[in-house]
Design a protein around this ligand. Structure first.
Ligand code: KG4
Ligand code: ZN
Length: 350
């Protein structure tokens, strides 16, 4: 079974080709090719993703990415047995581009179309990266520019949202604080670099909900605290250029606060669910301090930790390989399936 997967939820246009055999028996699909066209350069001067620019770039890139993925897999469109596409959550205009490409191909090739949840895909990337290990059941943590969400996953297609951010996502906070500090975009790698020569204890920044059992994140107060530390509460607005040492200390203290909260909430989710595995996805998982503290915390709890390599952590189409399980379970989409911007909420919050 050859699956062509398409990803256009945010600012990366991705296409991948996977080969699957007997997914319901636990066989993990093989990634034959996976290509991504990043739009980071287009959004850099705005300090964040501009939805309209993202949609237009997807329109330009989606067909070349599909061609490239097939070429690298040594296959043609006629070899494709099914098409998968992430239809939620994400930027609506961006999602529509991928879905339209997927529907067109499914119709033209007369093959099934499978709609996947981008966050289920992020967590399934842990399984793709570790085909010989059992990842599920697990707690899932997705930390990216658009998401900071915790899930209880009984299986790849059975992930219940436990909680998420009530304002900014973790990666978004990195991006915004980097911008405050005059660092580049995306902010995560820039903050991490600056933090290396800083003191994480120089500023005691807020860690929202840390001692509460509630599985929620909030990063906007932290961002404001960095702003006040940078220029004082009462000063006039305007560009403030911190010294390199102050920048480093602010970056290190900010990073420490985010990491402490992410690790603590993952621990709480594991305690509350009784699960013994943690799968992580999203670009923030590239952060070395986060990886180190999470690894130590999981070791101490006896929890098995899964963090895919960066190419599978950040947005990519291969993770939509979870579609092969859906296909085997008969979960095929109709051609009138639509996109959705938001997360699938647990029933009690619906
Ligand atoms: O998953 P991703 O590539 O795209 C989506 O947002 O879906 O994640 C990008 C986010 C950005 O906000 C970026 O600043 C953050 O991940 N990021 C990092 C690091 N590398 C990327 N955050 C902290 N430390 C990093 N090293
Ligand atoms: Zn993502």
């Amino acid at each position: 079974m050859i699956l062509l997967a398409i990803e256009t939820t945010c600012d990366e246009t991705g296409a991948a080709v996977l080969e699957g055999t007997e997914p319901l028996r636990g066989s993990v699909p093989r990634i034959l090719s996976s290509v991504v066209s990043s739009q980071v350069g287009l959004h850099r001067r705005f300090g964040g993703v501009v939805p309209e620019i993202a949609s237009r770039a997807h329109v330009r890139e989606v067909v070349p990415m599909i061609d490239e993925a097939l070429k690298r897999a040594g296959l043609g469109l006629r070899d494709v047995d099914a098409i998968a596409v992430a239809t939620r959550p994400g930027l609506v205009g961006a999602l529509v581009v991928g879905l339209t490409a997927a529907k067109s191909l499914a119709l033209a090739l007369d093959v099934p179309l499978i709609a996947v949840d981008h966050l289920e895909g992020h967590l399934y990337a842990c399984q793709l990266a570790h085909p010989d290990r059992e990842v599920y059941p697990c707690v899932g943590l997705v930390v990216s520019g658009g998401h900071s969400s915790l899930y209880a996953c009984r299986g790849p297609l059975d992930c219940e949202l436990l909680g998420g951010t009530i304002d900014d996502a973790a990666g978004e906070a990195f991006d915004k604080v980097a911008s405050l500090l005059g660092l580049g975009y995306p902010g995560g790698p820039e903050i991490e670099r600056a933090a290396k020569s800083g003191n994480p204890k120089a500023f005691r920044f807020p860690r929202s909900f840390l001692r509460e059992p509630r599985l929620a994140f909030s990063f906007s107060g932290l961002k404001t605290a960095v702003l006040y530390a940078l220029r004082g509460q009462n000063e006039e607005k305007g560009a403030v250029e911190p010294s390199p040492q102050l920048t480093a200390d602010l970056a290190a203290s900010f990073q420490e606060a985010v990491v402490d909260v992410l690790v603590a909430k993952a621990q709480q989710a594991l305690e509350q669910t009784g699960l013994k595995r943690l799968g992580v996805g999203g670009g923030v998982a590239a952060n070395g301090r986060f990886r180190d503290k999470l690894t130590a915390a999981m070791d101490a709890m006896g929890v098995e930790l899964f963090i895919p390599p960066l190419s599978l952590c950040t947005d990519n189409a291969a993770m939509a390989g979870v579609a092969l399980l859906k296909l085997a379970a008969g979960q095929v989409a109709d051609l009138d399936v639509d996109v959705a911007a938001g997360l699938v909420r647990p029933k009690r919050q619906a």
